[in-house]
Write a protein that binds this ligand. Structure first.
Ligand SMILES: N[C@@H](CCC(=O)N[C@@H](CS)C(=O)NCC(=O)O)C(=O)O
Length: 191
């Protein structure tokens, strides 16, 4: 089984942490470099990472890959409530990826433009809800949800995307989970 991705992507890191105790090959891709992009394009029309290849089966999108792996590894499926929480984490992550790509494309994302404002508002709203959920103890177990939240928060700090002082429970959550299995070896700062 091969997991394709980059070491900096929070969506990829979730799956690396989830698979920490399972055998698989991690194939690093630079999706902005021609050869790697060609491989991605051949297998995956969305051109996004992560992507999983399990013999003849290719699966893309972290959420679908998680469902594929949960089924294969006999992990209990997420409840609808957990699915909503995962969607909340994804919404923050997706908007921050969009804003980062806009910034790298030369846009000033602080400008009063509809697209930027929608992303910024979504990031604030979702981080606020996630901060409350952490405070309410919803992320006390280390499972795919807390792994996904960890990867989001740590990536925000790594890329310096949001002032997290408004979300103290998220900052504390990250500190409390620094010692979890494979968190150190999947640190995006290692490159
Ligand atoms: N919904 C996707 C999002 C994955 C995603 O946004 N990946 C980013 C890297 S962090 C990517 O491949 N971006 C390339 C692009 O937007 O062209 C998932 O959950 O896997």
């Amino acid at each position: 089984m091969k997991l394709f991705g980059s070491t900096s992507s929070p969506f990829v890191r979730r799956l690396r942490l989830f698979l920490a105790t399972h055998p698989y090959e991690f194939v690093t891709l630079n999706i902005f470099e021609a050869a790697d992009r060609a491989l991605l394009t051949r297998l995956n029309p969305t051109h996004k990472i992560p992507m999983l290849q399990d013999e003849q089966q290719v699966v893309f999108d972290s959420g679908v890959i998680y469902r594929y792996l949960a089924d294969k590894l006999h992990v209990i499926p997420l409840t609808w409530c957990q699915e909503n929480t995962l969607t909340t984490i994804n919404a923050a992550n997706d908007s921050l990826v969009e804003l980062l790509l806009c910034k790298r494309s030369g846009f000033n994302v602080e400008e009063d433009k509809l697209f930027f404002k929608l992303q910024r508002d979504r990031v604030s709203a979702t981080l606020q809800v996630l901060n409350e959920k952490v405070s309410a103890g919803e992320f006390s177990a280390w499972n795919y949800l807390s792994i996904s939240l960890y990867c989001l928060v740590d990536w925000i700090l790594f890329r310096e995307l949001v002032d997290l002082s408004k979300y103290p429970a998220l900052v504390a959550f990250r500190s409390e989970n620094l010692q979890q299995l494979a968190v150190d070896i999947t640190d995006p700062r290692l490159g």
